[in-house]
Design a protein around this ligand. Structure first.
Ligand code: ACO
Length: 327
């Protein structure tokens, strides 16, 4: 049997600065009651001025290497999932590679928005299966606060910053990535946008801030898509793993909105106590949400060695992905 990517260590970092619903009440016309009822979010972490995705990715990388007990020189590849890189080039993965001294590692950034961590894990799994690489560092790192329009109450309540990381190595037994699904709907991409070089007057005018780089979203369209995509991706990944939903101990979903998670759970016929939730503390951290949730699920004992989990995400692009993982 071919080896599979096995998660052998985890680590994460979130900034200490908190943005609470009470803080947001002073910034836009909103209320704690509305935000909690419509999203489940109570607070988010926000990076200090001058702290970028690579800075948080670096801390998460150092922590996961320490937890794995391996040196940076042993890494073959660094994959960083991010939608909010410090700059266009060098990439966040190259910055991290240089700073940790991973001289033998290739470095690649991946941008599939909130699906990023699942995309990176799927790619890493292929490299491990073929025997091409043995030790891969995967990081999801985001400074979404830099992309958020803090004048737009529809979106500014949702996002936070953070970085989560794992090491994957070849499995020896029946653990590792058992099945994966990735998908995209480029036609639907217009529902969630942030602009780099391209000028588009109509799109810029949609932003309350007038800044084309800030994120604009048709929230109700994305919400409907997200519920469908998460349920479909989970079902397909479980089938590909040769399992049924009864074999799954826990689902670790992208932490965008409690109503999306509840909607997906209902479609799947799964009780909410099998869905791991930490979005009340952090909001949506895009590609950092799933690895940080994974760290906390393990840290709190909700996931143990031998358990089987589904990691499932959706995001801008539009994109979606799910991975069935046995620990
Ligand atoms: N406070 C008070 N009222 C608000 C707020 C707010 N913060 N935001 C919106 N409202 C109002 C709206 O203006 C609207 O008022 P109106 O009826 O007078 O026009 C009303 O509340 C209802 O608005 P909806 O957009 O229908 O509210 P909805 O229940 O859909 O919730 C939300 C909005 C939270 C944005 C939801 O649509 C959502 O979570 N969507 C998915 C977002 C997401 O998860 N994106 C993930 C991808 S992000 C990425 O990939 C980087």
């Amino acid at each position: 049997m071919l080896p599979r990517a096995k998660i052998t260590a985890m680590g994460y970092y979130v900034p200490s600065r908190r943005l609470t619903n009470a803080d947001l009440e002073k910034m836009v016309d909103t209320s704690d009651e509305w935000i909690v009822r419509r999203t489940g979010i109570k607070e988010r972490r926000i990076a200090e001025k001058g702290v970028y995705a690579s800075d948080m990715a670096l801390i998460a990388a150092k922590r996961v290497l320490e937890n794995a007990g391996i040196s940076a020189q042993e890494l073959d590849l660094i994959l960083v999932a991010t939608t909010t890189p410090d700059m266009f080039t060098p990439s966040v993965s190259c910055i991290v590679q240089g700073k940790i001294g991973a001289a033998n590692a290739a470095a690649i950034d991946i941008n599939t928005a909130c699906t990023g961590f699942v995309s990176a894990l799927t790619i890493a799994n292929q490299f491990i299966k073929t025997g091409y690489y043995q030790k891969i560092l995967i990081i999801g790192a985001e400074t979404l606060s830099l992309m958020t329009d803090y004048q737009d109450r529809n979106t500014c309540i949702l996002f936070g910053d953070g970085a989560g990381a794992v090491i994957v190595e070849p499995s020896e037994g029946d653990e590792g990535v058992l099945g994966t699904v990735l998908g995209a709907d480029g036609e639907g991409g217009k529902n969630l946008t942030s602009f780099a070089f391209k000028d588009d007057e109509e799109e810029t005018a949609k932003r309350v801030s007038g800044n084309k780089q800030t994120l604009w979203m048709d929230g109700s369209e994305v919400l409907k898509f997200a519920v469908r995509a998460m349920a479909k991706a989970t079902t397909e990944a479980v089938e590909k793993a040769g399992l049924t939903l009864d074999d799954i101990d826990i689902i670790i979903p992208h932490q965008a909105n409690i109503r999306i998670v509840e909607g997906a759970a209902k479609r799947l016929g799964v009780d909410m106590d099998r869905m791991f939730i930490n979005l009340e503390k952090y909001g949506n951290m895009a590609s950092a949400s799933i690895p940080i949730a994974l760290c906390e699920a393990f840290g709190s004992g909700r996931v143990k060695k031998g358990d089987t989990a589904v990691l499932v995400g959706f995001g801008g692009g539009l994109t979606w992905g799910a991975a069935v993982v046995r620990f």
